[in-house]
Design a binder for this molecule. Structure first.
Ligand SMILES: Cc1cc2nc3c(=O)[nH]c(=O)nc-3n(C[C@H](O)[C@H](O)[C@H](O)COP(=O)(O)OP(=O)(O)OC[C@H]3O[C@@H](n4cnc5c(N)ncnc54)[C@H](O)[C@@H]3O)c2cc1C
Length: 279
């Protein structure tokens, strides 16, 4: 269930297709004393090889669909960015093109405040419906505390629905922008490999995490089946039967080198699920 293709099983799995089913699943978890962990496309997570002792929730059906309503795109938390972009384009709504190369869902985008090409979820999100054991509430970006690759969402809070405000734009122009952005991506990132996207957040200062790790000589560096991407040093590829432990060991080594060679303390962007920690 993760794009890097590592990690063990969940203690329990729920695949709610409606708000009612989601609320039932959350109540069930509370009754069983189980933590709730939502997974979107698993495109920014590293899950422990031993598995995840939680009720893993994956939103499906109506909770993974999207539709245009006037200048809004209303999407379930599990709707992929590709589906949202498709609905927006069909309705002649632009502004979401930046998400074309982010392989996640609406809920994952909120949780990570995902972004690219100078835009992120704060530029399009009007509000998100958050479901938890305490009930359901619509929250604005300010109430969600969206910041660079961060939201204040607590474990157990599920983004069930979102509203994006977009602006009229001819579908042909949207298509052309997307084609250009996707081509740029292919030139610079390992888009055809199994990865979980950016490993670390960009530190303050001129050098991004990728450039910094490249200067540490880490491109192509390998532990077990995991390898720092030869194309972009802030990506880890599952080169050959990698485990999450291999990926973690690479992250530890990358942080050590960045600290020793540049005095920079890299902060991880990837979300850990289960018993994983960076020493
Ligand atoms: C090739 C590649 C390129 C990428 N490029 C970018 C990029 O340019 N910019 C960028 O920002 N990211 C990028 N990413 C990372 C990733 O795609 C984004 O962070 C994305 O938004 C994660 O969405 P997801 O649905 O896959 O979330 P997941 O990876 O499944 O989960 C990530 C976090 O979000 C939480 N979550 C997921 N769904 C919900 C929900 N419904 N409610 C509450 N919490 C939820 C999870 O519990 C977890 O904490 C890239 C990843 C890959 C593999």
């Amino acid at each position: 269930m993760t794009t890097i293709g590592t990690g063990g099983p969940a203690r329990a799995l729920a695949r709610p297709r409606s708000l009612t089913e989601l609320e039932e699943a959350v109540r069930y978890a509370q009754g069983e004393g189980l933590e709730v962990v939502v997974i979107g496309l698993g495109s920014n997570v590293l899950a422990a090889d031993e598995g995840v002792d939680a009720l893993v929730v994956r939103l499906e059906g109506a909770l993974a669909d999207a539709e245009a309503r006037g200048e809004l795109v209303v999407a379930g938390g599990g709707a992929t960015n590709a589906v949202c972009l498709h609905r927006a384009r069909a309705a002649g709504l632009g502004g979401f093109e930046f998400a074309c190369a982010i392989p996640g869902t609406a809920g994952g985008g909120v949780r990570m405040n995902a972004g690219a090409y100078g835009r992120d979820w704060t530029d399009v999100l009007v509000r998100a419906l958050v479901v938890s054991a305490e009930g359901s509430r619509w929250l604005t970006p300010a109430e969600l505390g969206l910041a660079y690759r961060h939201a204040d969402l607590r474990p157990g809070q599920v983004v069930a629905q979102v509203e994006y405000r977009l602006e009229p734009r001819p579908p042909d122009e949207i298509k052309a922008t997307v084609a250009e952005l996707v081509a740029r991506r292919k030139d610079t990132q390992p888009t055809n490999k199994r990865t979980f996207g950016s490993v670390f957040k960009n530190p303050p200062g001129e050098l991004g995490a990728g450039a910094l790790l490249e200067r540490c000589g880490l491109k192509g560096y390998r532990i077990g089946g995991a390898m720092i991407s030869p194309k972009h040093a802030n990506f880890i590829e599952n080169a050959d039967g990698a485990t999450s432990a291999d990926c973690l060991a690479l992250m530890v080594e990358a942080r050590r080198r960045a600290r020793e060679q540049f005095g920079v303390e890299l902060e991880r962007e990837v979300v850990f699920l289960g018993d994983l920690a960076l020493s």
